[in-house]
Design a protein around this ligand. Structure first.
Ligand code: CP
Ligand code: NVA
Length: 329
């Protein structure tokens, strides 16, 4: 009876997707693991579930599924959005703390082999990107990257979903990144390339994307519009959204003083926002260090969509979970 009601609530887009879904186990380690069509399918599911959530419906698409979260670094948004998403989808989640001994008590391979016998999906936030790759290589269930030093795919997917919501379509949008070309920036640049959004990055010498990353971007999405400059004013010209992140990411605390000096001319303030398009939004993955990479005026300004971005993390995590796990036995 309950299952019938759940099915009846399902939108046509979701039913079509359920029937045609790729049935092999998949991981989400980097945005480049996905095709453009797959990202759009995740967005379609997220959009459908967000509309239902707003109408008071929490559709139990993943009853009995279990998600484990293992985080080597702090988190508010990623952790809570994944746990809330899984609860709304009818599944359960568990946050494994230090007492699980991840990376300390046994090999990563043994940890992955054992944990994945008991849960359906593992969300990992690790210091080193290689750690996520290693767990994924040995896990018998899907592994999702919840941030590494290299990438933050779930953040970028939610951000492009938010940008599409704001402008109605992604075609013709331009995203300007001002600051460190870091983990979030890499995932955003790749998402923009796959979704046809122009991407411009402004950062000081020594903080740019690696050549190998730019080459991968261009091979994944040939013809995508990508520009790297030292000049923030040039990057934000005509931008639909200006995006920044902390100057020192988690794990780079010892470099904070040097980075403060190196990024001093890369603050997103009212003057920089005024140089972007008149309808430009301000975006930040959060947490922000107000007064450093962004001023209060911009964070709290009428063009700031940072809270919408954070809220969409939960809706897009649902899309990711339902897409990854939806048709697996
Ligand atoms: N943006 C983001 O990933 O936030 P948390 O570090 O709080 O998860
Ligand atoms: N670049 C930041 C993002 C936090 C969500 C970090 O890695 O600390």
């Amino acid at each position: 009876m309950l299952a019938q009601r759940a099915l009846a609530l399902r939108a046509p887009v979701l039913r079509a997707w359920t029937l045609t879904r790729f049935t092999l186990m998949r991981h989400l380690i980097n945005v480049s693991d996905l095709t453009t069509d797959e990202i759009l399918r995740i967005f379609a599911i997220s959009e459908d579930l967000k509309a239902k959530f707003r109408a008071g419906v929490r559709e139990p698409l993943l009853p009995g599924r279990v998600m484990a979260l293992v985080f080597e670094k702090q988190s508010l948004r990623t952790r809570v959005s994944f746990q809330a998403a899984m609860t709304h989808l009818g599944g359960a989640s568990m946050m494994l703390g230090d007492d699980a001994g991840f990376g300390k008590r046994e090999s990563l391979a043994d940890f992955a082999r054992v944990l994945s016998e008991m849960v359906d999906v593992i969300v990992l936030r690790t210091k080193k990107h290689q750690t996520v790759n290693e767990v994924a290589a040995h896990a018998a269930c899907s592994v999702i990257n919840g941030l590494t030093d290299q990438s933050h795919p779930c953040q970028a997917l939610a951000d492009l979903f938010t940008l599409r919501e704001q402008f109605g379509a992604l075609q013709g949008c331009k995203l300007a990144w001002v600051g460190d070309a870091n983990n979030v920036a890499r995932s955003l640049a790749m998402s923009c390339a796959l979704l046809g959004v122009e991407f411009a990055v402004a950062c000081p010498a020594g903080y740019e994307f690696e050549e190998a990353f730019v080459a991968r971007l261009q091979s994944k999405a040939p013809g995508s519009k990508f520009r790297s400059t030292r000049d923030p004013l040039e990057a934000v010209r005509g931008a639909s959204a200006v995006y920044t992140d902390v100057w020192a990411s988690m794990g780079q605390e010892a470099e904070l003083e040097r980075r403060r000096r190196d990024f001093a001319d890369y603050q997103v303030n009212g003057r920089l926002m005024a140089a972007a398009s008149p309808t430009a939004r301000f975006m930040h993955c959060l947490p922000a260090r107000r007064g450093e990479e962004v001023t209060d005026e911009v964070m709290d300004g009428p063009y700031s969509i940072v809270v919408e971005q954070a809220a969409n993390r939960m809706h897009v995590q649902k899309g990711i979970l339902a897409w990854l796990l939806g048709a697996q036995a």
